[in-house]
Write a protein of this length. Structure first.
Length: 296
């Protein structure tokens, strides 16, 4: 029996079970670069396996994405019919020190095979934050039930920046948001909290509320960065994380640095996706933080 089923007041969803005892830090999917293609049609459960863009095209795009370190995503406007024959495409890098996002339009996804998107420089630079909200109901009901209302609400305030997207990793943390190009990923946000996250991101700040981690880092490095953000005020680009032999080193641009020890442990089995067989979940915790260098 998965954790939480004995508690009658807990809804029978993977996100409700997760919220009982599973911390968010270190749970962002590890993604360095993104290829996001507007596709208003049916997505299926799996973006690649169900080949919503067509079997041959999906397979070739997936091959190119894997070779260049991109994640293939589908996006669509929240609750809006598509009247244009053109489709929006966002190409982004979340690598620290090499963050960028570009936008281009294509009449069909097949045009991407003629575009060398892997290195960027093929679209119009995007200078504001792009927000992806997972609303992939065919993948998990929590994404649709919790993600779609958030996406619709955010689109009223940020109509040009918010998109529903396919599976981002971690249905049980729904609603899940990703900021591009930074790759900062959030979970368990209500509409007000999500609005604040976006407002801060547009100002170069990083909200800690619901923060799961930065996608370009490993889970341990994500947890380490979040721990330091709880101690110091820093913009998105002011902190970097590197792994050392037995800890992570988080460095600030002003010369300060900290050692962060992260430990892993197991939680009892639970559904990590609605309807899935229960399995143990690994969680991360920061066990020790120490100052390494003072500002120069």
């Amino acid at each position: 029996m998965s954790l939480g089923r004995a508690a009658d007041h807990v809804p029978a969803t993977c996100s409700a079970f997760s919220a009982i005892d599973e911390p968010l830090p270190g749970t962002a999917a590890v993604v360095h670069r993104w290829l996001c293609i507007e596709h208003p049609g049916a997505w299926g459960r799996d973006v690649v396996g169900d080949a919503p863009l067509g079997a041959e095209l999906t397979a070739e795009l997936d091959r190119r994405c894997n070779a260049a370190g991109f994640r293939l995503m589908l996006i669509r406007r929240p609750g809006r019919p598509i009247n244009s024959s053109m489709r929006q495409v966002f190409i982004a890098s979340s690598v620290v020190g090499d963050e960028w996002c570009e936008r281009l339009e294509v009449s069909s996804a097949a045009e991407l095979l003629d575009i060398p998107f892997e290195n960027g420089g093929v679209g119009t630079p995007v200078t504001d934050t792009i927000v992806l909200v997972c609303a992939h109901g065919k993948r998990d009901q929590c994404c649709a039930r919790l993600g779609r209302p958030i996406a619709s609400g955010l689109a009223l305030t940020f109509p040009d920046h918010v998109w529903e997207c396919s599976h981002t990793g971690g249905h049980r943390f729904a609603p899940s948001l990703i900021m591009l190009p930074s790759g900062y990923t959030y979970g368990r946000l209500d509409l007000e909290g999500a609005q604040k996250v976006i407002e801060m991101a547009r100002n170069g700040s990083v909200s800690q509320h619901g923060l799961r981690g930065r996608s370009c880092y490993s889970p341990g490095a994500q947890a380490a960065e979040i721990a330091i953000r709880e101690l110091v005020d820093a913009t998105a680009g002011e902190l970097t994380v590197e792994a050392s032999e037995d800890a992570f080193v988080v460095s600030h641009q002003d010369g300060r640095s900290w050692g962060v020890e992260v430990t892993a442990s197991k939680l009892p089995p639970r559904e990590v996706s609605c309807g899935a067989s229960p399995k143990p979940v690994e969680i991360l915790a920061v066990s020790r933080v120490w100052a390494r260098n003072a500002p120069k």
